[in-house]
Design a protein around this ligand. Structure first.
Ligand SMILES: Cc1ncc(COP(=O)(O)O)c(C=O)c1O
Length: 284
């Protein structure tokens, strides 16, 4: 591959960075906005424009940019021990302490932590665990996962298939299409005007139940959902939707995977949204 000889950051980026979720027809001419620095809720680009970081980086800068306390904590940890692996019977103090803290603050009886590198790998791991769980229960056919249109669950192979923003999969090879199925998004903006909020919720819950019946309850292992859909448009479900979908899962011996990549760790004012805001206890 030809290496860019132009030294501007903009050119280097255009020549060498493979951006996710990008329209390459215009990217070649326009390139990227280059963010140079960030402080609090703002980012500044190389043209000197100060911009409000409305989606917190990519939902992950929940305490704001440039926090001295965070820099100091990271520095202290790196100097003490920057990494050690958790394979087999090996652990480290931070991994154990954080898992304990998470267990004390996670919804319901959730009390085990499996560390991953991000949201996509967390969702891939969740699907593997669900499958493994049903295998050891002898339920070898109970492997299907129900997700929703407009859901965003990540960009690894299985997480991309769980994702319900279907256009992002155009032209890519697909995996797990036989086990992953999508139902409607829960989106109050899409509620027909002639339905009350409760009627809309009834429709969504019935659609879920019908899909499980259609696929066969013995074949359906889990439901995955963001308490509030993030990338799909910040879509808020009707009141009691999350709790009622959880009840349907319990009725059919299904697990409920709450993808709280965007809603947990204080973004909605609580450590986790599922229990504290929506009053249900996910299984994963
Ligand atoms: C709800 C949700 N799940 C999963 C992911 C994927 O996370 P990551 O980009 O860390 O793989 C995202 C990313 O924005 C997300 O919004």
């Amino acid at each position: 591959m030809e290496i860019s000889t132009n030294n501007s950051v903009w050119q280097k980026d255009r020549a060498h960075v493979l951006h996710p979720q990008t329209d390459f027809s215009s990217f070649h001419d326009e390139g990227s906005q280059v963010i140079e620095s960030a402080k609090g809720v703002h980012v500044t680009d190389t043209k000197g424009r100060k911009l409000l970081d409305g989606i917190e980086g990519l939902w992950c800068v929940n305490i704001g940019h440039g926090r001295k306390e965070m820099a100091e904590a990271i520095s202290k940890q790196v100097m003490q021990m920057q990494y050690y692996n958790p394979f087999g019977h090996s652990t480290n103090i931070s991994a154990a302490e954080l898992a304990h803290w998470l267990s004390c603050n996670a919804p319901g009886e959730l009390n085990h932590v499996y560390y991953t590198c991000g949201g996509s790998t967390a969702n891939d791991a969740a699907v593997r665990l669900v499958h493994y769980y049903n295998t050891i229960r002898g339920l070898h056919r109970k492997k299907k996962i129900i997700s929703r249109n407009y859901a965003y669950h990540g960009a690894t192979y299985v997480a991309a298939e769980l994702t319900g923003i279907h256009a992002t999969k155009n032209s890519f090879d697909r995996v797990a299409q036989d086990i992953i199925h999508h139902i409607s998004a829960a989106d109050m903006y899409a509620k027909p005007a002639y339905w009350s909020e409760t009627e809309y919720c009834d429709f969504l819950v019935q659609e879920f139940d019908d899909r499980i019946q259609q696929l066969g309850p013995d074949n359906v292992a889990a439901f995955i959902a963001e308490p509030i859909m993030g990338a799909g448009g910040v879509l808020i479900a009707p009141a009691s939707y999350n709790k009622r979908m959880h009840s349907v899962c319990k009725k059919y011996d299904m697990l409920y995977i709450a993808d709280e990549v965007v809603t947990a760790f204080g973004r909605l004012g609580e450590w986790f949204a599922s229990e504290n805001i929506y009053d249900y206890h996910p299984d994963i």
